[in-house]
Design a protein around this ligand. Structure first.
Ligand code: TRP
Length: 333
């Protein structure tokens, strides 16, 4: 008998353009490991409205379609992975409410992402505080084993695990305990303009040379890499390089698929200009076919809708089973 595959669940918010940091930490890994796991990938639209100014009713639908098209262009195969939109499965919000009632506010107030997003805002919606509880519901509804995410989301997976433990200990074994799956090398891709900051969507929306978007044309990629921060040491060894160069070396490693030692050999007697050229071309070589696919798929609304409908149908069954168990455990049904 073959062992059943572990279940993987992950999601991305449909908020505009994704950058290579998102791609490396999430989509690329999801696509690569599809055969190993039983996969569910979600477009988490309800998380996207936790910042009220992000809600734009017209753009929103379009952004969801674009995110799904990108999932497919990056290699997610609907035959191997269920793909769906969070808000089409109401069990997510239902379970989130129940979990809210057993989650201490003090846990939520300690979350790094909450603190940084709430900072500098005049008013913070309760949804922003409760964001991790909805994410816990996403994960726990499917009895998820593994959550492949970028390392900024590690704390969110840990709190999901803590919430599951708490529920299990109060009401009896109900949820499987999830773990995050974080890619080791390149877990943190830094900003090209400032390698002390993680590459981030919000900084990228303000600074043109901060991030490379998956939609960037080759000439834009070359220009952004050419402007990336370096130093005047000409040190190209992974262990000794300054932050900016280390970031470029890491990008080169990931996009070329070459090992560190092969890269160091290749760069002997070379300068930063050579490295930058190699990095740009490696990124372009990987993104070009994705962009081509994306352009084809994003126009096919019928196909996108079909894939989402199929995904929803498949995951709904699992979600309703868990939700019904939860309700029984707490006496609601
Ligand atoms: N918080 C995640 C992010 O911003 C998105 C997300 C929501 C998610 N629900 C999830 C990721 C469940 C993994 C599993 O990247």
């Amino acid at each position: 008998m073959t062992k059943p595959k572990l279940r993987v669940f992950s999601g991305i918010q449909p908020t505009g353009d994704l950058h290579i940091g998102n791609y490396i930490g999430a989509l690329k890994v999801w696509a690569k490991n599809q055969d190993l796991y039983d996969n569910i990938f979600c477009v988490v639209d309800l998380h996207a409205i936790t910042i009220p100014e992000a809600i734009k009713p017209v753009d929103f639908k379009k952004q969801i379609k674009q995110t799904v098209a990108l999932y497919l262009a990056c290699g997610l195969d609907p035959k191997k992975s269920a793909i769906f939109v969070q808000s089409t499965v109401p069990a997510h919000t239902e379970l989130a409410w129940i979990l809210n009632c057993i989650t201490p506010v003090s846990w939520l107030e300690k979350m790094t992402q909450y603190k940084s997003k709430a900072k500098n805002r005049q008013s913070v919606g309760a949804g922003l505080l409760n964001y991790p509880v909805l994410m816990a519901a996403d994960i726990l509804l499917y009895q998820t084993d593994l959550v492949p995410v970028g390392d900024d989301q590690k704390q969110h997976v840990e709190i999901a695990r803590d919430i599951a433990k708490r529920f299990n200990s109060i009401f009896g074994q109900t949820f499987r305990l999830p773990r995050s799956l974080i890619r080791q090398e390149g877990a943190r891709i830094m900003g090209l303009d400032d390698p002390t900051q993680k590459m981030s969507k919000s900084i990228a929306s303000q600074k043109a040379d901060h991030a490379i978007f998956l939609s960037d044309r080759p000439e834009i990629i070359r220009r952004k890499i050419a402007r990336a921060v370096t130093d005047n040491k000409n040190e190209l060894l992974f262990k000794k390089a300054s932050l900016g160069i280390k970031n470029l070396l890491t990008l080169y490693q990931i996009f070329s698929g070459k090992s560190q030692s092969v890269i160091e050999k290749l760069l002997t007697d070379k300068g930063y200009g050579f490295l930058k050229n190699e990095v740009s071309e490696a990124i372009i070589a990987e993104l070009s076919p994705i962009q081509e696919q994306y352009q084809k798929i994003v126009k096919d609304e019928k196909l996108l809708q079909e894939i989402l409908n199929r995904g929803t149908k498949k995951v709904e069954k699992i979600a309703l089973k868990t939700l019904s168990d939860v309700k029984k455990k707490i006496g609601l049904s």
